[in-house]
Structures are given as structure tokens and as C-alpha cells.
Design a protein around this ligand. Structure first.
Ligand code: APR
Length: 402
């Protein structure tokens, strides 16, 4: 099979079979391939879809370090934009935090995820890495033994099978890896009770900061993506379809909540993409089940309030790659045995901060005493972040850190 062709029917082998060509799967594949480990990536979508799917784009300092360590950062170092400022617009006034000068003095890099994934894919293919597109993993079998197999179906619906020493489940929250976990595997889920409308607008950024607006009508967020594309979030009616609001109504809500009367107009433009995002989080209790190991969204889903998803995915991919190289090259399984607890420490820290951000950005709904109490605490939290250097350092360290 050449690098790009579909996987023929029948049985094939690789030491490590990686499910999914997202940030987790492709970072892992690049590091393993560079270490001479026999691996293959099985990806359900086709090449074009993988390269163009717009998702996150806010890379933490640790992610840049990992990618630089493995020679995978050329694109983001050339085209990524360093970012270190948040602006909070509240009913009690607005304030900016130059978080790059606070905490560990670390910055984010704004680099659209589709560009990162395209770079990782190009690097892997140029190095002779194996990937099978339009190949959907159906199930992982015998993961409790030394030779797990992955059953697949290709674009023509033909069944196939991959035999491996290890299977890396990097196929997201609804992928085959999660579906193949042993019965009784514990997952911890939290519904944050908040819904956002996620928007991609064909408009230049309207501020040189990540903008967080807390407004009686609900939260609004502004994140630059490129010089011509801006990501917006709007707190939205739970259950409403993505197309319930007209573009006029969306821009009117963004203008009102971002208080353009005080801070100047937003650049309006065509809404290119919209999606309803219900804020929820989940964590699989153990990330290793015999020869099946989880990374990225397959391992945990942090609510998107703190831009942790893609950054956790890259962190976990490096830890897993190094552990698999130790095991497959040197027969040393200590890092593999420690993989799950090491990742979970980062995962729960990210969950904790994402939860804090959700409580910070959203007013509780309802006139009841409970809501009033929470709202008063929330406003005091805002005031503390505005005035306390200690709180600002804590914020910066957790906002960028993992
Ligand atoms: N078989 C093969 N491939 C699959 C299957 C399957 N059964 N199911 C899903 N996939 C593929 C998807 O098409 C996708 O390309 O797995 C890949 C998973 O990639 P991501 O969803 O990007 O997941 P991950 O690498 O874990 O990165 C997650 O990136 O997009 C951000 O914020 C987002 O937190 C998220 C992070």
C-alpha cells in the first residue's frame, strides 16, 4: 500500500495502529515514524476533508515546544501569530490582561488547526509515513491480549483487518476506540448547562485581544483566526437550531454584548460557518486498556471555554509516543504503565480551569436566591481578577498552561 491509497481488504499489520488523523493521531504518527516504529494511521475521512476542517487554533506554549522538539513547527513558526492579551468587557467596565507578562510569561500562538493538521500530514507523508484515508475503524478487538486487531471498512464498504502490538485511539469522542472499551469502563461526564453558537465570520478581527464579554443577555467571545477570519461565540438558547438566528440578529447581539457603543464597532462580514456547541466535559477514567491507549478527544473532552482540546491532544501524543518507543525499542514498559495517570493529571487540571472559566463568563439564569448568590460571587471573581496580581498570575498560568 502506498502512503495515500485506500487499505485493501484482508489482513495487514503494523506495530502501532493509530486511529484518527487529527492533532493527536498525526503528532503521534510523526514522532513514532521518526523513531523508526512501524506504524499506520487509519482515517475515516478523505485527505481534503482532513486538511480543510476548521476547528480550534489557539496553541499553548507547551504545544509549540512539543512540535519544535520534533521538527514539526516550521509552519506555525512562520505563519502563527503570538498572542498574549485578553480583554474582559463587563457591566462594571472593561479591563485587559497582558497574560504574556503574567504567571509563567507564556504566550499562545494563533494558528488555525487545519493549517497545523495539514503541516503534520505533509511532514508525515514526506517522511514516508503510512496512512489509509477513507478507512473507518469499526472496532478494536482482543485489546486485553498482546496482539489486538482493528476491524475496518473502506470507502467501498469492503471489510479489512489490522493486526498490531498496540492500538492508539485518537479518533475522538465518538470513535471506534471509545466504543471498544471494556464494559464498565468509567467515564466522568459533566453538563455545564450552557450552549454557545460558534461562528466563523469573514471579517478581520476587531480587537488585538481575545475578547470576553459578560452581558445580561449572555456571554459573547471574539477570537482572531487570521487577518480576514474571526471566530465568535454567542451564548445561545439551548435546543435552538444553528440557523434560528438571522445574520442581522447575530451581529446585533454581538454588537450589544461586546458593547460597541463604548468600545467601537465590530467588523461585520458574512458568516461562513455556524455550529451549536453545548458545553459539556468528559473524561475516561483510565486511558490504557491493555494494548489500547487513548489520546486527544478519545481520552477526554474539555469544554471549549479554555482552548485546551488540541493542546491536550498534542501533549498526550508526545507522552504516548515516548512510552511506545521505550516499550517497542527497549522493552521498558515503565512509561507506558505511567501513561494514564500522567495524562490524567493534565486532563483534570484543564477540566478544572475550563469549569472555572465557564463559571466566570456566564451569569446563572433565574431570579431565585441561589442565582443571585452565584452572580454576586461571579462579579466578585471578576473584580478580583481585575485588581489582584496574584489572581492574574494564577489566571495566566492556567490559561496558557496544561
Ligand atoms: N475510524 C477512523 N477515523 C476516525 C473514526 C473511525 N471510526 N472516527 C473518527 N475518526 C477520525 C476523524 O475523522 C478525525 O479526523 O479521527 C480524527 C479525530 O481527530 P480530532 O477530532 O481532531 O481529535 P484529536 O486529534 O483528539 O484532537 C482533538 O482538536 O479540534 C480540536 O478542539 C478540538 O479538542 C479537539 C482536539
Amino acid at each position: 500500500m502506498t502512503e495515500r491509497q485506500k487499505s485493501p481488504a484482508g489482513q495487514q499489520t503494523a506495530d502501532v495502529v493509530i486511529l484518527g488523523a487529527g492533532p493527536a493521531g498525526l503528532t503521534l504518527a510523526n514522532i513514532l515514524h521518526a523513531a523508526g516504529i512501524d506504524c499506520v494511521v487509519l482515517e475515516r475521512a478523505d485527505d481534503a476533508h482532513v486538511r480543510t476542517r476548521a476547528r480550534a487554533g489557539f496553541l499553548a506554549a507547551n504545544t509549540v515546544r512539543v512540535l519544535e522538539r520534533h521538527g514539526l513547527a516550521e509552519g506555525l513558526n512562520r505563519r502563527g501569530k503570538p498572542h498574549g492579551t485578553c480583554e474582559f468587557r463587563t457591566e462594571d467596565g472593561s479591563f485587559r490582561l497582558d497574560y504574556g507578562a503574567l504567571g509563567r510569561r507564556e504566550l499562545h500562538t494563533v494558528y488555525p488547526q487545519q493549517d497545523l493538521v495539514s503541516d503534520l500530514l505533509a511532514h508525515y507523508l514526506d517522511a514516508g509515513g503510512r496512512i489509509a484515508f477513507e478507512t473507518e475503524a469499526q472496532a478494536v478487538r482482543d485489546a486485553d491480549g498482546p496482539r489486538p486487531t482493528v476491524t475496518v471498512r473502506d470507502a467501498e464498504g469492503r471489510p479489512g483487518r489490522w493486526r498490531a502490538r498496540y492500538v492508539a485511539g485518537c479518533d475522538g469522542r465518538h470513535g471506534a476506540a471509545r466504543r471498544s472499551l471494556p464494559p464498565g469502563t468509567r467515564r466522568h461526564h459533566r453538563d455545564h448547562g450552557v450552549t454557545w453558537l460558534g461562528l466563523l465570520a469573514e471579517a478581520p478581527p476587531s480587537m488585538d485581544a481575545v475578547g470576553y464579554a459578560m452581558h445580561p443577555d449572555g456571554f459573547a467571545g471574539h477570537m482572531a483566526r487570521t487577518a480576514d477570519i474571526t471566530r465568535y461565540y454567542l451564548q445561545y438558547e439551548p435546543g435552538a437550531p444553528a440557523d434560528a438566528w438571522s445574520e442581522e440578529r447575530i451581529w446585533a447581539a454581538l454588537d450589544r454584548r461586546m458593547r460597541t457603543d463604548e468600545h467601537g464597532p465590530l467588523h461585520h462580514g458574512r458568516i461562513l460557518q455556524r455550529s451549536v456547541i453545548h458545553l459539556e466535559s468528559d473524561v475516561v477514567e483510565q486511558l490504557r486498556h491493555g494494548s489500547l491507549l487513548l489520546a486527544g478527544d478519545a481520552a477526554s473532552l474539555p469544554a471549549p471555554a479554555a482552548a485546551k482540546g488540541a493542546n491536550l491532544a498534542v501533549l498526550e501524543a508526545e507522552l504516548l509516543a515516548e512510552a511506545l518507543v521505550d516499550e517497542l525499542r527497549r522493552g521498558d514498559s515503565r512509561a507506558l504503565d505511567g501513561y494514564s495517570p500522567r495524562c490524567l493529571a493534565h486532563i483534570w487540571r484543564a477540566q478544572e480551569f475550563a469549569h472555572w472559566m465557564i463559571q466566570f463568563l456566564h451569569s446563572p439564569v433565574g431570579p431565585d436566591e441561589e442565582s443571585f448568590f452565584h452572580e454576586s460571587m461571579r462579579r466578585s471573581r471578576v473584580e478580583s481578577l481585575r485588581t489582584s496580581r496574584t489572581h492574574q498570575d494564577w489566571f495566566a498560568e492556567n490559561y496558557v498552561g496544561l
